[in-house]
Design a binder for this molecule. Structure first.
Ligand SMILES: *[C@@H]1O[C@H](CO)[C@@H](O)[C@H](O)[C@H]1NC(C)=O
Ligand SMILES: *[C@@H]1O[C@H](CO)[C@@H](O)[C@H](O)[C@H]1NC(C)=O
Length: 156
């Protein structure tokens, strides 16, 4: 038998879920509009940037970005759970880093449908549409072993 508190809890869950489902249907069957992530190699010294981006079910392969050039990819963020995550490795001579290049929770409202990043030695810098420049750079992800999120396979 269900206790009253459980009934309240279940009703609350059902309402929350229903809200999300309605939102999803509104925004075209569980997905938001197409989003583009554009990554520019702004490393000094004319070095190539080798990146490898993945999501839970999408491997975008190894990409080599020549100095001052860009690469981009497209996808449709999840409208129900807001949990779309693309993470990349970034390598250039003597350096190897990781960064969550698209975190739906962080980026859905901040960069919208075009998320632009400039990769600098200390970390990636998002495009600031107000000041029309790349600023407020993020640090690279901390060592994967120290992170609370489970490891999602190896990036090379
Ligand atoms: C890249 O851009 C920087 C700054 O504008 C410039 O100094 C450099 O020569 C460029 N490098 C290449 C390889 O085009
Ligand atoms: C990425 O953005 C830069 C700067 O706006 C642009 O020049 C470039 O064409 C874009 N690259 C790709 C692959 O979309």
């Amino acid at each position: 038998m269900c206790e009253p508190s459980k009934v309240v809890l279940m009703a609350t869950c059902a309402l929350v879920l229903l809200g999300r489902v309605c939102q999803a249907i509104e925004t075209d069957l569980f997905k938001h509009a197409k989003t583009t992530v554009n990554i520019t190699n702004d490393l000094p010294g004319g070095v190539a940037l080798t990146i490898h981006c993945k999501s839970k079910d999408d491997d975008l392969g190894v990409q080599v970005i020549a100095p001052n050039l860009s690469w981009s990819f497209e996808f449709r963020p999840n409208a129900v759970f807001r949990n779309t995550l693309y993470f990349c490795s970034f390598a250039w001579p003597n350096q190897f880093h990781h960064f969550d290049i698209y975190d739906e929770d962080r980026d859905l409202d901040s960069c919208g449908k075009l998320c632009m990043w400039s990769v600098a030695p200390d970390g990636p810098c998002p495009w600031d549409d107000y000041y029309k420049r790349y600023d407020d750079c993020y640090p690279w992800n901390a060592n994967a072993a120290l992170r609370k999120r489970p490891l999602r396979g190896t990036l090379t």
